[in-house]
Design a protein around this ligand. Structure first.
Ligand code: SOE
Length: 388
């Protein structure tokens, strides 16, 4: 139902909870044309002192220590899931059954069956749903999408992506939840490659087949005293098993005939958050690097021969996607702003009674590619992506 205010309940208050809060706080301030304003009604976490502190720091009106209490509240319209991956499905299905709209962190689920159940639940309940593939909401990436749709790259031949991080090279880095399959589902695959897969599906087209390799370089790590910990956590003396991949490489065939590569790793020294891609078509190429987030590189084959070369578009003009909400040209924005854009897209869709994108259907599509990548690494063969 269209309304001017959307009452939000956020589950999770750590890294992603903070990033989502940043989105809700800043969206109405920077985008006054937003069609519905988020009201920061309640934040949820199991550790009462910590969630109380988060409530005060991020500006939420109240807190709960049990997500079921949040879902039971009549004053909540939208449930935002920023928890570990292992509880996305349970929470989303309960929220859908209670008639709440849902915003969910990526990857959508632990596996394909869970993602399907989530999609079934939201469709049966008739609620709106969105999954937070936030890199779609980088102005330069949205511009790349527009350029592709406008035919500026032409027929696409190649997708080439890397998502490079380096935060677990130290073997003493502890066994945080992101390294445990029962909580995370997978490692660099679901955490990083999932972003690249979503962008590839969106910018190039559906991935049809994959051939891949997954590896875990460090198989045992110091256990944490508690089950969760951030990217800078510390460990104790006991060792535990790393049950997820550290790095993945996949070759991809797209339904439209393009071919591609996807690499994701947490072992690429010197790369803190190197989410990059390049697309080559018969009219030209584009490339993007999130660590140079305000720029999109573009090569136009139709430029006069004497002047051919890559140009760097500074995606900071008011005419560029999302930029009208921010600062004068050249006054750059950052990673957190993608969460603001996602909130604007979500609020506008809810106000217009439309389904936001990317939604659980896109999340399920990514999940089917993740599954095919795991399957191919095991079988040593090309594997078809099972259609969602
Ligand atoms: C940690 O690897 C992480 O925060 C991911 O979980 C995010 O999805 C990615 O955007 C940045 O890195």
């Amino acid at each position: 139902m269209a309304k001017d205010l959307i009452n939000v309940g956020l589950i999770g208050y750590k890294f992603m909870g903070k990033a989502h809060s940043f989105g809700f706080v800043n969206a109405p301030m920077m985008f006054p044309d937003i069609k519905a304003k988020p009201v920061l009604k309640a934040i949820v976490g199991r550790d009462e002192p910590a969630v109380r502190e988060a409530m005060e720091q991020y500006g939420w009106q109240s807190f709960e220590t049990d997500y079921k209490k949040l879902i039971a509240r009549d004053d909540i319209d939208l449930v935002d899931i920023a928890t570990g991956n292992n509880v996305h499905a349970e929470i989303a299905i309960a929220a859908a059954e209670a008639g709440k709209d849902i915003f969910c962190e990526k990857p959508l689920a632990m596996n394909v069956p869970e993602a399907r159940q989530m999609l079934d639940a939201v469709e049966k309940a008739g609620v709106k749903h969105m999954v937070n593939f936030n890199y779609r909401a980088v102005p330069a990436v949205a511009l790349a999408k527009k350029m592709i749709d406008d035919g500026m790259i032409g027929r696409i031949f190649h997708w080439r992506s890397v998502y490079l991080q380096d935060w677990i090279i130290d073997p003493d880095f502890p066994l945080v939840w992101r390294l445990q399959k029962d909580i995370a589902g997978s490692g660099s695959l679901g955490d990083l490659a999932a972003h690249s897969i979503d962008l590839a599906n969106w910018l190039v087209g559906d991935i049809d087949e994959v051939s891949s390799n997954l590896t875990t370089f460090i198989k045992k790590r110091p256990k944490l005293a508690e089950t969760t910990g951030g990217l800078s956590a510390k460990g104790g003396a006991d060792l535990g098993d790393v049950t997820v991949d550290d790095a993945i490489i996949a070759l991809t065939k797209f339904k439209n005939g393009a071919i591609g590569t996807i690499e994701a790793t947490r072992f690429a020294a010197g790369n803190r958050n190197g989410n990059r891609f390049e697309i080559n078509g018969d009219k030209g190429s584009i490339r993007f690097n999130v660590e140079r987030l305000n720029e999109l590189e573009y090569f136009n084959r139709e430029d006069p021969d004497a002047y051919q070369g890559w140009r760097t578009i500074s995606v900071t003009e008011g005419i560029h996607p999302y930029v009208q909400g921010w600062w004068p040209a050249g006054h750059i924005i950052g990673w957190g702003e993608t969460f603001v854009h996602q909130v604007v897209n979500l609020m506008n869709a809810l106000a217009d009674n439309e389904m936001p994108t990317p939604n659980f259907r896109d999340g399920l599509k990514v999940q089917t590619v993740l599954e095919a990548i795991e399957k191919s690494a095991e079988s040593g063969r090309w594997e078809k992506v099972v259609s969602e």
